[in-house]
Design a protein around this ligand. Structure first.
Ligand SMILES: [Fe+2]
Length: 388
C-alpha cells in the first residue's frame, strides 16, 4: 500500500475521530513513564553483535521480497541488534504498518458496531495492567522449561533427538534449547514447509505427553499470573474472576526463521481486553525477540530483552508487535498467552464465543485461584503445531 493512498486516508480519518484521539492520548499519557524502564532493559543485557563490515549478498539480495523479515534483513545487513529507531528501519516498516494501522482501526470500528465495550472503557478498567512490565518468577517453583523438555524429549526413538539429548549429559532438563537448530534444521519452518518441525513438536499433539507441561502451565497461571493480574488492576476492577488462555502459543524460531509481521492482536479478532504474557525458555533480545510498541499508535519500537525466569506483560490486543528474521545463531523457544480480566471479558469473538480457548478462574476466600472449566484439547487457535 502506497503512502497517501485511500487506505491511509481512512486511517487518518479514524485517528481524527474524537474517541480514538482521546484513546491514543490516554494510552500515551498513562504509559510515558514506562519508557525509561524499557530503555533500561535494552541496556541490561548486551548480546554478541554480528556486524559485517560490508553489505552481504546473502541479505541484500532479499531487498525486493514482499516479506518484512527479508526487507529488514536486507536493510540492516542481517545485524542482530537492529536499531529500531533508525530511519532505514522505519522506512522498511512503514509499508507494513500502514496495513496494520488500518486493520486495527477497522477492527475497532467493527467491534463497536457489534456492541463490544469501547477501547476507552477497556483502558480505564485495565489501568496499570495495560502498561508493559517484566515480571520475575521462581524457576524452581514453576519448572516450565523442565516440563517442556520432558514433554518433547522423554522416550523418543529418533536418532537425531537421542544425539541432541546426549549433549545435555544426564538430565533432559539441562538441554540447551537455544542449540535446537543444530539437530532440527532440515526444513525451512515456513507454512507448508515445516514437516520436520512438526515431527519434532508432535508430542504436543499427544494428550498424555502434553499433560506433563499442561499441569505445570496451569499451576503457573493460577498461582503466579492471576494474582499478579488482580493486584495490578485498579481496585474497582478487581472482580475475583479472570479468563486465561487454556494452552499457550509455542514459538520455536530457529536462525533464519521469523514468525510475525506487524499486527495488534485485535487485527486477528481478539477483543481489546486481552493482556499478553511472553515467556522465553532461553535468553532473548534483538532479532531473536519480539519488537513491541509501549502504547497503541506510539510506535516506539523496542525488543523484549528477557531470560528464563522473566515474563513480559504487554497490552498485545492493542499494541502493535512483530518479529524480524532471527539472524542470531540461537533458537528462540518461547510461550505467549493471554489473560482477560473478568471486568472486561465479553463473549463476542471467535476466541471467546466458543469454548476451548479461554478458561475461567475465580479467587476463593483463601486467596487461591481455581479453574472452573475442564482443560480442552488445544485447537487451531493455539497455532502451530495444532494448526499445520
Ligand atoms: Fe500477536
Amino acid at each position: 500500500m502506497e503512502k497517501g493512498s485511500e487506505s491511509t486516508d481512512v486511517v487518518i480519518k479514524l485517528h481524527r475521530t474524537k474517541k480514538f484521539s482521546v484513546f491514543i492520548a490516554t494510552c500515551s499519557s498513562i504509559l510515558t513513564s514506562q519508557q525509561s524502564s524499557s530503555s533500561d532493559q535494552q541496556l541490561k543485557r548486551k548480546r554478541i553483535e554480528k556486524s559485517p563490515s560490508s553489505p552481504s549478498e546473502e541479505f541484500t539480495s532479499r531487498k525486493e521480497s514482499k516479506w518484512l523479515s527479508d526487507q529488514l534483513a536486507a536493510a540492516t545487513n542481517g545485524i542482530q541488534n537492529i536499531n529500531l529507531s533508525s530511519q532505514i528501519v522505519k522506512d522498511v516498516l512503514e509499508e507494513h504498518l500502514v496495513k496494520s494501522r488500518q486493520l486495527r482501526a477497522e477492527q475497532l470500528q467493527d467491534s463497536l458496531l457489534k456492541g463490544a465495550m469501547s477501547v476507552d472503557t477497556v483502558i480505564e478498567k485495565l489501568g496499570n495492567l495495560a502498561r508493559e512490565e517484566v515480571l520475575h518468577f521462581d524457576t524452581n517453583l514453576f519448572q516450565l522449561k523442565s516440563a517442556f523438555s520432558s514433554m518433547l524429549f522423554e522416550n523418543r526413538d529418533e536418532d537425531y533427538i537421542k544425539q541432541y539429548i546426549a549433549t545435555a549429559g544426564s538430565e533432559i532438563k539441562d538441554l540447551k534449547l537455544e542449540h535446537l537448530h543444530e539437530w532440527v534444521h532440515g526444513d525451512k519452518g515456513q507454512k507448508k514447509d515445516r514437516a520436520e518441525k512438526l515431527a519434532f513438536l508432535s508430542p504436543m499433539l499427544n494428550q498424555e505427553r502434553r499433560a506433563i507441561f499442561q499441569r505445570c502451565y496451569d499451576n503457573f497461571v493460577l498461582s503466579f499470573i492471576l494474582p499478579s493480574v488482580e493486584a495490578t488492576l485498579p481496585i474497582t476492577s478487581r472482580t475475583g474472576e479472570h479468563f486465561y488462555q487454556a494452552f499457550p502459543c509455542t514459538r520455536v524460531i530457529r536462525p533464519g526463521e521469523f514468525s510475525l509481521g506487524p499486527h495488534s492482536d485485535c487485527n486477528y479478532g481478539f477483543q481489546a481486553g486481552n493482556v499478553n504474557f511472553y515467556l522465553p525458555l532461553v535468553t532473548i533480545g534483538g532479532s531473536n525477540s519480539l519488537a513491541i510498541e509501549s502504547t497503541p499508535g506510539r510506535e516506539d519500537w523496542h525488543f523484549l530483552v528477557l531470560k528464563y525466569g522473566e515474563i513480559q506483560r504487554f497490552w498485545g490486543a492493542m499494541c502493535t508487535h512483530f518479529t524480524p528474521e532471527n539472524t542470531t545463531n540461537e533458537t528462540r523457544v518461547s510461550f505467549d498467552f493471554r489473560v482477560i480480566p473478568g471486568i472486561v471479558f465479553e463473549r463476542k469473538d471467535r476466541y471467546s464465543e466458543t469454548p476451548g480457548y479461554y478458561l475461567r478462574a475465580t479467587l476463593g476466600s483463601d486467596g487461591t485461584w481455581t479453574r472452573h472449566d475442564p482443560i480442552p484439547n488445544p485447537d487451531w487457535r493455539c497455532g502451530f503445531p495444532f494448526v499445520k
